[in-house]
Design a protein around this ligand. Structure first.
Ligand SMILES: *Cc1c(COP(=O)(O)O)cnc(C)c1O
Length: 387
């Protein structure tokens, strides 16, 4: 057994990030300013987006994007149950009715056929989540949306660096919302970015993110600026700080290398776990793509064991292996269970995954030896608790 605990995720921050933050601290300008602008430009170029709006989190990005839909009471937004609660919570907070469509077995991404079945005259938008960093099938989702006059808002929290048919997530004719939370592929501490090809949408988001103010504060305090401003709509306080962007500027440069390392570890897991019949390794989509491997999420066939998934995670922990839960399906959480009141068996694929999924350790500075320890622990637990 391992002597030191292996966490499920650790952010990879180096001397470059530390120096850049120190530079901001010494400069006298720590909130939204030139570094946020630099990060915005670099991110926009990396994903090949027309417009990018830096924010305090992906949750803020989802909130503003859904508010941008100007939902009327009863308006529906279709999304996946296999996501973090923020996706669905922000639909509710923007005044919409979330509608859950089932997922594909294998990739655990939103099923396009299931989305189509859920479209009604009240549907306004489709919200795919690129689960674990593997892209949803965007072409049929976008054409379905065009056919019915709907918007596509991608929850791209897992998808920084993900590619679909040769193009990066963020470059499609949609709105895409990225996260830089510490467990995501790159981090700014907390932070998010919304990318879109829609200039009007991007401008409205920019206003909403900072009090509805018609010019950015840091420009007002520049020598050439004027301290006056106008409030043109009631906005929020969702701006990203220079302290956060200082991390992002350097994290973004390291992203491709991070993804290469994650991909190598995921391939090792796939190979080593394939021999265990109580484990279903993550399924790959068949269209051309680059998986960003934000998470490595096998399913444990608990029906073959005498313990459930939660106990399996506790057993991993007792063997000094951390794990994560991404995700317990949204409709299994108390508030949403009461809200949706779905009949049992309504979302069978999500229900199956929800009771069996866990996230194994995966981060760029992890070694193959660490991954081998994880595989040994998984195998040991299966042997110990086989039915
Ligand atoms: C992390 C995550 C979010 C929220 O991101 P924050 O930046 O923490 O607000 C939203 N959706 C999904 C699928 C996530 O994994």
């Amino acid at each position: 057994m391992r002597s030191a605990f292996l966490p499920f995720s650790i952010p990879c921050l180096g001397e470059e990030e530390i120096a850049e933050v120190t530079d901001s601290l010494r400069s006298g300008w720590i909130t939204t300013g030139p570094k946020v602008k630099r990060f915005e430009e670099a991110f926009k170029a990396y994903v090949d987006a027309r417009f990018a709006v830096p924010l305090s989190s992906a949750t803020a990005g989802l909130h503003l994007s859904f508010l941008g839909l100007k939902l009327q009471p009863g308006d529906e937004v279709i999304t996946t149950p296999m996501t973090f609660a923020a996706t669905v919570a922000m639909i509710v907070q923007a005044g919409g009715c979330p509608v859950l469509a089932d997922i594909e077995p294998g990739s655990l991404n939103l099923s396009v056929a299931e989305v189509e079945k859920r479209i009604t005259p009240r549907t306004r938008a489709i919200v795919p989540v690129h689960f674990a960093g593997q892209p949803c099938d965007l072409d049929p989702i976008i054409s379905l949306a065009q056919q019915h006059g709907l918007r596509v808002i991608e929850d791209a929290a897992h998808a920084v660096g993900t590619e679909y048919r040769g193009r990066r997530i963020g470059s499609f004719p949609t709105v895409s919302v990225f996260s830089f939370h510490p467990i995501k592929n790159i981090t700014t501490g907390e932070g998010g970015m919304v990318c879109t090809d829609d200039e009007e949408f991007a401008e409205e988001l920019s206003l909403m993110k900072f009090h509805g103010m018609n010019r950015e504060a840091w420009k007002r305090y520049e020598a050439s600026g004027t301290p006056n401003y106008d409030i043109v709509l009631p906005g929020f306080k969702y701006n990203m700080m220079d302290l956060q962007a200082a991390l992002g500027i350097h994290q973004l440069r390291k992203l491709d290398d991070f993804i290469t390392k994650r991909t190598d570890l995921a391939a090792f897991y796939n190979r080593e776990l394939a021999g265990l019949d109580a484990v279903i390794t993550p399924g790959a989509v068949i269209y051309p793509h680059r998986h960003a491997w934000h998470l490595y999420t096998p399913l444990i066939k608990v029906e073959q064991l005498t313990i459930d998934r939660d106990r399996f995670m506790a057993e991993l922990k007792s063997r000094n292996i951390g794990s994560g839960l991404h995700f317990k399906a949204v409709h299994h959480h108390p508030w949403y269970r009461d809200y949706f009141k779905l009949p049992t068996g309504f979302l069978p694929v999500a229900d199956y995954a929800s009771d069996r999924i866990l996230s194994l350790p995966l981060f760029p500075t992890m070694t193959r030896a660490d991954a081998a320890d994880v595989v040994a622990a998984v195998s040991d637990i299966i042997t110990a608790f086989r039915r």
